[in-house]
Design a protein around this ligand. Structure first.
Ligand code: P6P
Length: 346
């Protein structure tokens, strides 16, 4: 049985990463990149928790490449994440939801990892102090990840795009930090899902859950049913079926925070399904493949769950554009397979 740890014997994220490095699961450069990401998350956590005090709620007055009104904290979180990755010296290219194109990191000395991230997902919730999160994924540089001294800006940008447009099956690591009643850092490096909780007493993430397993089924569904009228008829049939009492006599429960990280984390721990389908308005759904759907699907699979676009494994999708959107159904295997069955029915 796992040894009960007393509060002064907790494993911190730092010591956990060093242990993985000693065991050869990750290399020194990855340890540095993940540690710098956790530092960025701690900084964003403090910004988010004090937003109303430091007048950081509300909009920046600009729109991002997604055409969304940028919140003040979207811009600042992006700068925090980018700077932490730059100063790590182990990142070759970064791609952010808040940047039009991926950028090469001049300060890269070794490692050259490719990092994709959404620095503050769900930021429309900030003003109401509802859960938000940062999402990230890490790839190896593809072979062409070098920058000739005489390369033009366009050649560098093209090289960066080649490096970030990799299928989720290539992910070496993925995770998120949820800014909620607790600040929770969730990470997988391909050996299961580990959960760390920020101890504000001394500003360290401490290991609180190992090798999380998503329940095989769960009677919680997490969709924005406001879009029901725009959904495909097969999806409507699926949604209607969840409301029938069924053999257990109880229908499913609806839970929707409107923040992917919060909805996903609850789904991973309690079971059930989170979905953002395509609809007549958004032919490919709303969520972005590279830095939302693929990292979350990698984490789900590492926890024994599933991530699908309704017809195929999200991790098998080859991105063709940095900000490409795909439909997402993620969570308990049986629940994702149930919606896939409805969507593929005649
Ligand atoms: P809707 C937040 O903007 C986000 O990207 C996800 O965090 C969240 O799950 C989804 O969009 C909410 O979208 O259309 O339901 O408001």
């Amino acid at each position: 049985a796992a040894r009960k740890r007393s509060s002064y014997d907790m494993i911190t994220l730092t010591t956990w990463l060093l242990k993985q490095e000693q065991e050869g699961v990750i290399d020194n450069e990855m340890t540095i990149v993940l540690s710098s990401i956790s530092t960025a998350c701690k900084q964003i956590a403090s910004l988010v928790q004090r937003a109303p005090i430091s007048n950081l709620t509300g909009v920046q007055g600009a729109t991002n490449v997604q055409g969304e009104d940028q919140k003040k904290l979207d811009v600042i979180s992006n700068e925090v994440f980018s700077n932490c990755l730059r100063w790590s010296g182990r990142t070759g290219v970064i791609a952010s939801e808040e940047e039009d194109v991926p950028v090469a990191v001049e300060e890269s000395y070794s490692g050259n990892y490719i990092v994709v991230f959404d620095p503050l997902d769900g930021s429309s919730n900030i003003d109401a102090a509802v859960s938000t999160g940062s999402i990230f994924g890490i790839y190896s540089p593809s072979d062409e990840c070098h920058i000739d001294d005489d390369a033009t800006l366009d050649e560098v940008t093209q090289m960066c795009i080649v490096n970030v447009c990799q299928p989720g099956s290539n992910l070496l690591a993925a995770g998120y930090c949820m800014y909620s009643s607790s600040v929770i850092f969730v990470l997988t490096i391909g050996t299961g899902v580990y959960v760390f909780t920020l101890d504000p007493m001394y500003g360290e993430f401490v290991l609180t859950q190992e090798k999380v397993q998503i329940p095989k089924s769960g009677k919680i569904y997490s969709f924005n049913e406001g879009n029901y009228a725009l959904w495909d008829d097969k999806l409507k049939k699926y949604m209607d079926s969840l409301k029938e009492p069924g053999t257990s006599g109880k229908p499913y429960s609806a839970r929707y925070i409107g923040s992917l990280v919060g909805d996903f984390h609850r789904t991973m721990l309690y079971g059930g399904i989170y979905g953002y389908p395509s609809d007549q308005k958004s032919k490919n759904g709303k969520l972005r493949l590279l830095y939302e759907c693929a990292p979350m699907s990698f984490i789900a699979e590492q926890a024994g769950g599933k991530g699908s676009d309704g017809h195929q494994r999200v991790l098998d999708i080859m991105p063709t554009a940095v900000h490409q959107r795909v439909p997402l159904y993620v969570g308990s295997v049986e629940e994702v397979e149930k919606v896939e069955k409805f969507l593929s029915s005649e």
